[in-house]
Design a protein around this ligand. Structure first.
Ligand code: HEC
Ligand code: HEC
Length: 361
Protein backbone atom coordinates (compact mmCIF):
# COMPACT_ATOMS: atom_id res chain seq x y z
CA UNK A 1 0.00 0.00 0.00
CA UNK A 2 1.27 3.45 -0.81
CA UNK A 3 2.16 5.61 2.10
CA UNK A 4 -0.14 8.39 0.94
CA UNK A 5 -3.10 6.11 1.36
CA UNK A 6 -2.10 4.99 4.80
CA UNK A 7 -1.74 8.57 5.97
CA UNK A 8 -4.91 9.60 4.23
CA UNK A 9 -6.89 6.86 5.91
CA UNK A 10 -5.93 7.76 9.46
CA UNK A 11 -6.69 11.30 8.60
CA UNK A 12 -10.15 10.76 7.22
CA UNK A 13 -11.22 9.53 10.64
CA UNK A 14 -9.53 12.37 12.45
CA UNK A 15 -10.92 15.15 10.34
CA UNK A 16 -14.58 14.20 10.30
CA UNK A 17 -14.99 16.37 13.41
CA UNK A 18 -13.47 19.50 11.84
CA UNK A 19 -16.06 22.26 11.53
CA UNK A 20 -16.24 23.82 8.10
CA UNK A 21 -16.01 27.59 8.14
CA UNK A 22 -19.12 29.57 7.33
CA UNK A 23 -18.36 32.37 4.93
CA UNK A 24 -19.67 35.77 6.00
CA UNK A 25 -23.15 35.38 4.53
CA UNK A 26 -25.95 37.74 5.55
CA UNK A 27 -28.29 35.81 7.89
CA UNK A 28 -31.31 34.32 6.22
CA UNK A 29 -29.85 34.45 2.70
CA UNK A 30 -29.34 31.12 0.95
CA UNK A 31 -25.68 30.35 0.18
CA UNK A 32 -24.74 31.28 -3.35
CA UNK A 33 -23.75 28.48 -5.73
CA UNK A 34 -20.09 29.39 -5.46
CA UNK A 35 -20.07 29.39 -1.68
CA UNK A 36 -21.99 26.20 -1.29
CA UNK A 37 -19.97 24.29 -3.87
CA UNK A 38 -16.65 25.74 -2.70
CA UNK A 39 -17.28 24.79 0.89
CA UNK A 40 -18.36 21.29 -0.08
CA UNK A 41 -15.25 20.83 -2.25
CA UNK A 42 -12.82 21.99 0.46
CA UNK A 43 -14.14 19.38 2.91
CA UNK A 44 -14.88 16.65 0.36
CA UNK A 45 -13.17 13.31 0.91
CA UNK A 46 -12.43 12.08 -2.59
CA UNK A 47 -12.36 8.41 -3.50
CA UNK A 48 -11.13 6.54 -6.57
CA UNK A 49 -13.80 6.42 -9.32
CA UNK A 50 -15.62 9.10 -7.38
CA UNK A 51 -19.24 9.63 -8.51
CA UNK A 52 -18.62 13.35 -7.70
CA UNK A 53 -16.14 13.56 -10.58
CA UNK A 54 -17.36 15.50 -13.62
CA UNK A 55 -15.63 13.41 -16.28
CA UNK A 56 -12.55 11.97 -14.61
CA UNK A 57 -11.48 9.12 -12.35
CA UNK A 58 -11.62 10.73 -8.90
CA UNK A 59 -8.82 10.51 -6.33
CA UNK A 60 -5.63 9.45 -8.10
CA UNK A 61 -3.09 6.93 -6.87
CA UNK A 62 -0.52 9.68 -6.19
CA UNK A 63 -2.82 11.54 -3.79
CA UNK A 64 -1.28 12.67 -0.51
CA UNK A 65 -4.63 12.90 1.26
CA UNK A 66 -8.33 12.65 0.45
CA UNK A 67 -9.39 16.22 1.14
CA UNK A 68 -8.08 19.77 1.48
CA UNK A 69 -9.24 19.97 5.08
CA UNK A 70 -7.17 16.88 5.94
CA UNK A 71 -4.03 19.06 5.84
CA UNK A 72 -5.57 22.48 6.58
CA UNK A 73 -7.51 22.16 9.83
CA UNK A 74 -5.68 23.62 12.87
CA UNK A 75 -7.90 26.27 14.49
CA UNK A 76 -10.73 25.40 12.07
CA UNK A 77 -11.16 24.43 8.40
CA UNK A 78 -8.57 26.33 6.35
CA UNK A 79 -6.02 26.27 9.18
CA UNK A 80 -2.46 25.00 9.15
CA UNK A 81 -1.40 21.35 9.40
CA UNK A 82 0.77 19.48 11.89
CA UNK A 83 4.16 18.00 11.02
CA UNK A 84 2.54 14.69 10.09
CA UNK A 85 0.91 16.58 7.21
CA UNK A 86 4.24 17.76 5.76
CA UNK A 87 4.86 17.03 2.12
CA UNK A 88 8.23 16.88 0.38
CA UNK A 89 9.22 18.36 -2.94
CA UNK A 90 9.98 15.60 -5.42
CA UNK A 91 13.69 14.92 -5.80
CA UNK A 92 14.05 14.90 -9.53
CA UNK A 93 12.14 18.16 -9.85
CA UNK A 94 14.13 19.77 -7.07
CA UNK A 95 17.26 18.72 -8.94
CA UNK A 96 16.19 20.73 -11.92
CA UNK A 97 16.58 23.77 -9.72
CA UNK A 98 20.13 22.76 -8.92
CA UNK A 99 20.97 22.88 -12.60
CA UNK A 100 20.83 25.72 -15.05
CA UNK A 101 17.37 25.17 -16.41
CA UNK A 102 15.47 27.00 -13.75
CA UNK A 103 13.72 29.38 -16.09
CA UNK A 104 12.44 26.48 -18.19
CA UNK A 105 10.71 24.78 -15.32
CA UNK A 106 6.96 25.19 -15.55
CA UNK A 107 5.73 27.43 -12.83
CA UNK A 108 4.59 25.70 -9.71
CA UNK A 109 6.43 22.40 -9.77
CA UNK A 110 8.26 23.17 -6.54
CA UNK A 111 5.25 22.26 -4.48
CA UNK A 112 4.73 18.86 -5.99
CA UNK A 113 4.59 16.75 -2.93
CA UNK A 114 4.58 13.35 -1.33
CA UNK A 115 4.01 12.66 2.34
CA UNK A 116 7.40 13.17 3.88
CA UNK A 117 8.67 10.38 6.09
CA UNK A 118 12.07 11.91 6.73
CA UNK A 119 13.88 9.46 4.48
CA UNK A 120 12.80 10.40 0.97
CA UNK A 121 14.68 12.91 -1.09
CA UNK A 122 12.77 16.14 -1.10
CA UNK A 123 12.60 19.30 0.94
CA UNK A 124 9.80 19.12 3.50
CA UNK A 125 7.04 21.73 3.56
CA UNK A 126 4.58 22.31 6.37
CA UNK A 127 0.98 23.28 5.46
CA UNK A 128 0.32 26.93 6.34
CA UNK A 129 -3.03 28.39 7.41
CA UNK A 130 -5.15 29.82 4.58
CA UNK A 131 -7.06 32.40 6.63
CA UNK A 132 -6.97 35.79 4.91
CA UNK A 133 -5.54 34.29 1.67
CA UNK A 134 -8.01 36.33 -0.40
CA UNK A 135 -6.46 39.55 0.90
CA UNK A 136 -2.95 38.33 0.07
CA UNK A 137 -4.21 37.46 -3.42
CA UNK A 138 -5.55 41.01 -3.78
CA UNK A 139 -2.26 42.77 -2.93
CA UNK A 140 -1.30 44.72 -6.08
CA UNK A 141 2.01 43.74 -7.70
CA UNK A 142 3.03 47.39 -7.65
CA UNK A 143 2.75 47.40 -3.84
CA UNK A 144 5.17 44.45 -3.60
CA UNK A 145 7.67 45.99 -6.00
CA UNK A 146 7.52 49.30 -4.14
CA UNK A 147 8.05 47.51 -0.84
CA UNK A 148 11.14 45.72 -2.17
CA UNK A 149 12.68 49.02 -3.27
CA UNK A 150 11.81 50.89 -0.06
CA UNK A 151 12.92 48.11 2.26
CA UNK A 152 16.38 47.93 0.85
CA UNK A 153 16.87 51.68 1.19
CA UNK A 154 15.64 51.71 4.79
CA UNK A 155 17.59 48.63 6.01
CA UNK A 156 20.78 48.03 4.02
CA UNK A 157 21.26 44.57 5.58
CA UNK A 158 17.79 43.53 4.52
CA UNK A 159 17.19 43.04 0.83
CA UNK A 160 13.78 41.50 0.27
CA UNK A 161 13.16 40.85 -3.38
CA UNK A 162 10.04 40.00 -5.30
CA UNK A 163 9.67 36.44 -6.49
CA UNK A 164 8.87 36.53 -10.20
CA UNK A 165 7.22 33.78 -12.15
CA UNK A 166 8.28 32.93 -15.69
CA UNK A 167 5.41 34.84 -17.19
CA UNK A 168 6.44 38.00 -15.35
CA UNK A 169 3.90 37.97 -12.54
CA UNK A 170 4.88 38.45 -8.90
CA UNK A 171 4.77 35.33 -6.73
CA UNK A 172 3.22 35.73 -3.28
CA UNK A 173 2.11 32.26 -2.15
CA UNK A 174 4.11 29.23 -0.92
CA UNK A 175 7.18 29.11 1.33
CA UNK A 176 9.34 29.85 -1.71
CA UNK A 177 6.93 32.54 -2.93
CA UNK A 178 6.79 31.00 -6.38
CA UNK A 179 3.03 30.99 -6.97
CA UNK A 180 1.41 34.18 -8.25
CA UNK A 181 -2.30 33.71 -7.60
CA UNK A 182 -4.67 31.89 -5.33
CA UNK A 183 -6.36 30.24 -8.30
CA UNK A 184 -3.00 28.89 -9.51
CA UNK A 185 -2.30 27.49 -6.05
CA UNK A 186 -5.72 25.91 -5.61
CA UNK A 187 -5.52 24.29 -9.06
CA UNK A 188 -2.11 22.94 -8.20
CA UNK A 189 -3.23 21.67 -4.79
CA UNK A 190 -6.02 19.70 -6.51
CA UNK A 191 -3.53 18.18 -8.91
CA UNK A 192 -0.66 17.54 -6.55
CA UNK A 193 -2.25 16.81 -3.18
CA UNK A 194 -5.44 15.05 -4.33
CA UNK A 195 -4.24 13.91 -7.76
CA UNK A 196 -7.50 14.97 -9.39
CA UNK A 197 -7.78 16.58 -12.83
CA UNK A 198 -8.92 20.20 -12.91
CA UNK A 199 -10.17 22.21 -15.82
CA UNK A 200 -8.85 25.79 -15.92
CA UNK A 201 -11.20 28.55 -17.07
CA UNK A 202 -11.04 28.82 -20.86
CA UNK A 203 -9.24 25.47 -21.25
CA UNK A 204 -11.88 22.74 -21.76
CA UNK A 205 -10.81 19.34 -20.36
CA UNK A 206 -13.23 16.47 -21.01
CA UNK A 207 -11.52 14.16 -18.46
CA UNK A 208 -11.70 16.73 -15.66
CA UNK A 209 -12.76 15.73 -12.16
CA UNK A 210 -13.46 19.39 -11.43
CA UNK A 211 -15.06 21.73 -13.96
CA UNK A 212 -13.68 25.25 -14.36
CA UNK A 213 -16.63 26.75 -12.46
CA UNK A 214 -16.01 24.32 -9.60
CA UNK A 215 -12.35 25.33 -9.43
CA UNK A 216 -13.50 28.96 -9.33
CA UNK A 217 -15.93 28.13 -6.52
CA UNK A 218 -13.21 26.36 -4.50
CA UNK A 219 -10.84 29.29 -5.02
CA UNK A 220 -13.54 31.69 -3.93
CA UNK A 221 -14.22 29.67 -0.78
CA UNK A 222 -10.52 29.80 0.15
CA UNK A 223 -10.41 33.53 -0.70
CA UNK A 224 -13.36 34.19 1.60
CA UNK A 225 -12.10 32.20 4.58
CA UNK A 226 -12.28 34.62 7.50
CA UNK A 227 -9.23 36.71 8.34
CA UNK A 228 -7.15 35.92 11.40
CA UNK A 229 -8.15 37.75 14.57
CA UNK A 230 -6.34 39.57 17.36
CA UNK A 231 -7.04 39.13 21.04
CA UNK A 232 -8.33 42.53 22.14
CA UNK A 233 -6.03 45.02 23.77
CA UNK A 234 -3.79 43.40 26.30
CA UNK A 235 -1.16 45.73 27.79
CA UNK A 236 1.59 43.09 27.63
CA UNK A 237 0.88 42.34 23.96
CA UNK A 238 0.93 46.08 23.14
CA UNK A 239 4.31 46.38 24.81
CA UNK A 240 5.49 43.32 22.90
CA UNK A 241 4.45 44.90 19.62
CA UNK A 242 6.64 47.90 20.46
CA UNK A 243 9.58 45.53 21.06
CA UNK A 244 8.80 43.78 17.75
CA UNK A 245 9.09 47.16 16.01
CA UNK A 246 12.13 48.40 17.94
CA UNK A 247 14.33 45.34 17.37
CA UNK A 248 13.46 45.34 13.65
CA UNK A 249 11.24 42.30 13.10
CA UNK A 250 8.97 44.78 11.35
CA UNK A 251 11.55 45.24 8.55
CA UNK A 252 10.41 41.95 7.01
CA UNK A 253 7.24 41.22 8.93
CA UNK A 254 5.76 44.57 7.83
CA UNK A 255 2.48 45.48 9.41
CA UNK A 256 0.26 45.89 6.33
CA UNK A 257 0.56 45.39 2.57
CA UNK A 258 -2.26 46.64 0.36
CA UNK A 259 -5.57 45.30 1.64
CA UNK A 260 -3.83 42.76 3.92
CA UNK A 261 -3.89 44.82 7.11
CA UNK A 262 -1.92 43.57 10.12
CA UNK A 263 -0.60 40.67 8.00
CA UNK A 264 2.96 41.12 9.38
CA UNK A 265 4.72 40.10 6.18
CA UNK A 266 6.25 41.78 3.14
CA UNK A 267 5.59 38.63 1.02
CA UNK A 268 9.17 39.03 -0.30
CA UNK A 269 12.10 36.60 -0.46
CA UNK A 270 14.93 36.85 2.10
CA UNK A 271 18.20 35.03 2.61
CA UNK A 272 17.66 33.38 6.00
CA UNK A 273 21.09 31.83 6.44
CA UNK A 274 22.53 28.36 6.39
CA UNK A 275 20.54 26.74 9.19
CA UNK A 276 17.36 27.14 7.15
CA UNK A 277 18.91 26.34 3.77
CA UNK A 278 17.50 23.46 1.80
CA UNK A 279 20.59 23.17 -0.40
CA UNK A 280 20.85 19.48 0.48
CA UNK A 281 17.64 18.91 -1.43
CA UNK A 282 18.91 20.03 -4.78
CA UNK A 283 18.16 23.74 -4.71
CA UNK A 284 20.72 26.04 -6.24
CA UNK A 285 22.95 27.84 -3.76
CA UNK A 286 23.12 30.94 -5.89
CA UNK A 287 20.60 32.05 -8.44
CA UNK A 288 20.88 30.39 -11.87
CA UNK A 289 18.18 32.86 -12.71
CA UNK A 290 16.93 35.84 -10.77
CA UNK A 291 13.46 34.37 -10.95
CA UNK A 292 13.80 31.36 -8.73
CA UNK A 293 14.28 31.40 -4.97
CA UNK A 294 17.61 29.83 -4.02
CA UNK A 295 18.30 27.43 -1.18
CA UNK A 296 18.61 30.00 1.61
CA UNK A 297 15.75 32.19 0.44
CA UNK A 298 12.24 32.02 1.85
CA UNK A 299 9.18 34.21 1.59
CA UNK A 300 8.44 36.03 4.86
CA UNK A 301 5.42 34.16 6.22
CA UNK A 302 2.49 36.29 7.42
CA UNK A 303 2.36 36.26 11.22
CA UNK A 304 -1.37 36.94 11.50
CA UNK A 305 -2.96 33.89 13.16
CA UNK A 306 0.49 32.61 14.20
CA UNK A 307 -0.60 31.48 17.69
CA UNK A 308 -2.61 28.67 16.12
CA UNK A 309 -0.32 27.46 13.34
CA UNK A 310 2.47 25.61 15.18
CA UNK A 311 4.75 23.94 14.33
CA UNK A 312 6.68 26.76 12.65
CA UNK A 313 9.05 27.42 9.73
CA UNK A 314 8.92 25.94 6.24
CA UNK A 315 9.42 22.38 7.44
CA UNK A 316 7.66 22.71 10.78
CA UNK A 317 10.92 22.09 12.66
CA UNK A 318 10.21 24.70 15.38
CA UNK A 319 7.69 23.71 18.04
CA UNK A 320 7.66 27.14 19.65
CA UNK A 321 7.73 30.76 18.53
CA UNK A 322 11.00 31.27 20.41
CA UNK A 323 12.70 28.42 18.55
CA UNK A 324 11.45 29.83 15.24
CA UNK A 325 13.03 33.21 16.07
CA UNK A 326 16.30 31.65 17.26
CA UNK A 327 16.68 29.88 13.90
CA UNK A 328 16.55 33.13 11.90
CA UNK A 329 19.96 33.89 10.34
CA UNK A 330 21.21 35.57 7.17
CA UNK A 331 19.57 38.96 6.64
CA UNK A 332 17.77 38.61 9.99
CA UNK A 333 20.95 37.96 12.02
CA UNK A 334 21.36 41.47 13.44
CA UNK A 335 17.66 41.76 14.28
CA UNK A 336 17.80 38.48 16.17
CA UNK A 337 20.93 39.68 17.99
CA UNK A 338 18.97 42.77 19.14
CA UNK A 339 16.14 40.51 20.28
CA UNK A 340 18.58 38.36 22.30
CA UNK A 341 20.05 41.48 23.90
CA UNK A 342 16.64 42.50 25.27
CA UNK A 343 15.54 41.73 28.82
CA UNK A 344 13.59 38.57 29.62
CA UNK A 345 10.56 40.81 30.22
CA UNK A 346 10.80 42.35 26.75
CA UNK A 347 11.12 38.94 25.10
CA UNK A 348 8.13 37.65 27.10
CA UNK A 349 6.13 40.69 26.00
CA UNK A 350 7.04 40.01 22.36
CA UNK A 351 5.92 36.40 22.79
CA UNK A 352 2.64 37.66 24.23
CA UNK A 353 2.18 39.93 21.20
CA UNK A 354 2.69 37.00 18.82
CA UNK A 355 0.22 34.95 20.86
CA UNK A 356 -2.39 37.68 20.49
CA UNK A 357 -2.46 36.92 16.73
CA UNK A 358 -4.93 34.05 16.42
CA UNK A 359 -6.98 31.98 13.98
CA UNK A 360 -10.43 33.45 13.31
CA UNK A 361 -12.47 30.82 15.12
C1 HEC B 1 -1.16 16.50 1.99
C2 HEC B 1 -1.36 17.78 2.60
C3 HEC B 1 -2.10 18.87 1.84
C4 HEC B 1 -3.34 18.78 1.22
C5 HEC B 1 -4.23 17.57 1.07
C6 HEC B 1 -3.62 20.11 0.74
N1 HEC B 1 -2.60 20.97 1.05
FE1 HEC B 1 -2.58 22.98 0.71
N2 HEC B 1 -0.67 23.04 1.38
C7 HEC B 1 0.07 21.97 1.86
C8 HEC B 1 1.46 22.36 2.01
C9 HEC B 1 2.59 21.47 2.52
C10 HEC B 1 1.55 23.69 1.60
C11 HEC B 1 2.83 24.54 1.50
C12 HEC B 1 3.44 24.28 0.12
C13 HEC B 1 4.55 25.23 -0.25
O1 HEC B 1 4.62 26.30 0.33
O2 HEC B 1 5.35 24.89 -1.14
C14 HEC B 1 0.19 24.10 1.22
C15 HEC B 1 -0.14 25.38 0.77
C16 HEC B 1 -1.39 25.77 0.32
C17 HEC B 1 -1.74 27.10 -0.14
C18 HEC B 1 -0.79 28.30 -0.18
C19 HEC B 1 -0.89 29.11 1.09
C20 HEC B 1 0.15 30.21 1.19
O3 HEC B 1 -0.13 31.19 1.88
O4 HEC B 1 1.23 30.08 0.62
C21 HEC B 1 -3.04 27.05 -0.56
C22 HEC B 1 -3.86 28.20 -1.13
C23 HEC B 1 -3.50 25.70 -0.36
N3 HEC B 1 -2.48 24.95 0.19
C24 HEC B 1 -4.78 25.25 -0.66
C25 HEC B 1 -5.15 23.90 -0.65
C26 HEC B 1 -6.40 23.40 -1.22
C27 HEC B 1 -7.49 24.24 -1.85
C28 HEC B 1 -6.38 22.04 -1.06
C29 HEC B 1 -7.37 21.02 -1.58
C30 HEC B 1 -7.56 21.01 -3.03
C31 HEC B 1 -5.12 21.72 -0.36
N4 HEC B 1 -4.42 22.86 -0.15
C32 HEC B 1 -4.77 20.43 0.01
C33 HEC B 1 -0.43 20.72 2.16
C34 HEC B 1 -1.65 20.24 1.71
C1 HEC C 1 15.16 39.33 7.12
C2 HEC C 1 13.73 39.18 7.26
C3 HEC C 1 13.17 38.75 8.62
C4 HEC C 1 13.36 39.34 9.84
C5 HEC C 1 14.18 40.57 10.18
C6 HEC C 1 12.58 38.56 10.79
N1 HEC C 1 11.95 37.52 10.14
FE1 HEC C 1 10.72 36.13 10.97
N2 HEC C 1 10.73 35.07 9.24
C7 HEC C 1 11.31 35.48 8.05
C8 HEC C 1 11.26 34.39 7.10
C9 HEC C 1 11.74 34.44 5.65
C10 HEC C 1 10.68 33.30 7.77
C11 HEC C 1 10.46 31.88 7.20
C12 HEC C 1 11.76 31.06 7.34
C13 HEC C 1 11.58 29.57 7.09
O1 HEC C 1 10.46 29.09 7.10
O2 HEC C 1 12.59 28.86 6.90
C14 HEC C 1 10.32 33.78 9.10
C15 HEC C 1 9.60 33.04 10.06
C16 HEC C 1 9.16 33.55 11.26
C17 HEC C 1 8.28 32.85 12.18
C18 HEC C 1 7.61 31.51 11.92
C19 HEC C 1 6.28 31.74 11.22
C20 HEC C 1 5.61 30.50 10.71
O3 HEC C 1 4.45 30.62 10.28
O4 HEC C 1 6.20 29.42 10.67
C21 HEC C 1 8.12 33.66 13.27
C22 HEC C 1 7.27 33.37 14.50
C23 HEC C 1 8.91 34.85 13.05
N3 HEC C 1 9.51 34.75 11.81
C24 HEC C 1 9.02 35.90 13.94
C25 HEC C 1 9.99 36.89 13.81
C26 HEC C 1 10.35 37.82 14.87
C27 HEC C 1 9.69 37.88 16.24
C28 HEC C 1 11.36 38.62 14.39
C29 HEC C 1 12.15 39.67 15.14
C30 HEC C 1 12.88 39.18 16.30
C31 HEC C 1 11.60 38.21 13.01
N4 HEC C 1 10.77 37.15 12.71
C32 HEC C 1 12.49 38.81 12.15
C33 HEC C 1 11.87 36.71 7.82
C34 HEC C 1 12.30 37.60 8.81
Amino acid sequence: MRQGWVLGFGLALACSTVAVAEPNEPPGEPLSYAREVGRELFAREWIADDPRSAGGRGLGENANAESCVACHSLGGAGGAGGRSRNVGTVGDLANVFGGMQATMVPQGVLSIGRPWDGSTMGSPRNPPALFGAGLVDAVPETALRALAAREHAAHPAISGRVSETEDGRVGRFAWKGHIASLEDFVAQACKVELDIVVERPGEPEPAADLRAEELTALTQYVAELPEPREVADQPLARRGEAVFTEVGCIACHVESVGPAERVFSDLLLHDMGEALSDAGFGYAESAPSELVAVAQEWRTPPLWGVRDSAPYLHDGRADTLTTAIELHGGEAASVVASWRARSDEDRAALDSFLRSLTAPM
